[in-house]
Design a protein around this ligand. Structure first.
Ligand code: URA
Length: 237
């Protein structure tokens, strides 16, 4: 990494705002290679220097990745004048990281939503070209049948004539099912199930690739992804 200002480096890592960091640094709480530094404009190289705040090592990562268990009733957007967005569920530190949602879940859909500041990563997850599987749990009004399963396998034609890729409909008994897609058209699961006459009453995303929503998270909670998690996003089995 090229040299950069100490206060910029720390704000990029979500430690605090640039303004707060100026005070933190001036109060002698930051050290570079074990030596206290009091000038926010000090140039550092994070590949070489060890930067600590209050004794805690701050390691550099340009891109950050999180999973959120999105609750129903929240918009998948970075900002909205009237309604609460997923970014408002995050801590102040995370809100400084320029994160954005990877694709979208409808306001009334809950479950696995990825957040990142890495545009290429988001593109690879969303683009149908990469065929990343997204698995949903759904409950519907009506009994799901073998014919519905076949229709999904053959590629559903939506009511507006739009043709969907072949998809998996896994019947779990009665009104419950899982749906696996490799594309993400607007309201796709709801529209596919509506087109076989089974309106969705509940929808929750369970996984992306082989990365499952962490069962230790409650709705509205999130955690950072590690290398293993990131590999799972692009793995098929
Ligand atoms: N399909 C839908 O209909 N809604 C979502 O939020 C995601 C997939």
């Amino acid at each position: 990494m090229a040299f950069m200002r100490l206060d910029k480096f720390l704000s990029d890592q979500g430690v605090a705002s640039r303004k707060e960091l100026k005070a933190i640094i001036r109060h002698g709480r930051v050290s570079v290679d074990g030596i206290t530094v009091i000038k926010p404009e000090t140039k550092i190289d994070s590949d070489v220097n060890r930067i600590c705040v209050d004794g805690d090592l701050i390691s550099y990562s340009k891109y950050r990745y999180f999973m959120l268990d999105k609750p129903c009733g929240i918009l998948t957007a970075t900002e909205d004048k009237k309604q609460k967005t997923v970014l408002e569920l995050l801590s102040p530190e995370m809100r400084r990281m320029n994160l954005f949602p990877v694709g979208r879940l409808d306001k009334d859909t809950s479950g696995l939503l990825l957040l990142t500041n890495d545009g290429d990563f988001a593109h690879r997850v969303i683009s149908p070209k990469f065929s990343v599987k997204k698995r949903y749990y759904a409950e519907v009004d009506g009994e799901l049948t073998e014919e519905d399963e076949k229709a999904f396998k053959n590629g559903i034609e939506l009511r507006d004539g739009l043709k969907c890729r072949p998809a998996e409909l896994i019947r779990l008994g009665g009104k419950r099912c899982e749906v696996v897609l490799t594309e993400g058209k607007y309201h796709q699961v709801r529209r596919m199930l509506a087109s076989v006459g089974k309106p969705v009453t509940l929808l929750r995303r369970l996984s992306i690739g082989t990365l499952e929503l962490d069962k230790n998270l409650s709705e509205g909670e999130y955690r950072e992804l590690n290398e293993k998690d990131l590999c799972k996003v692009f793995s098929a089995d």
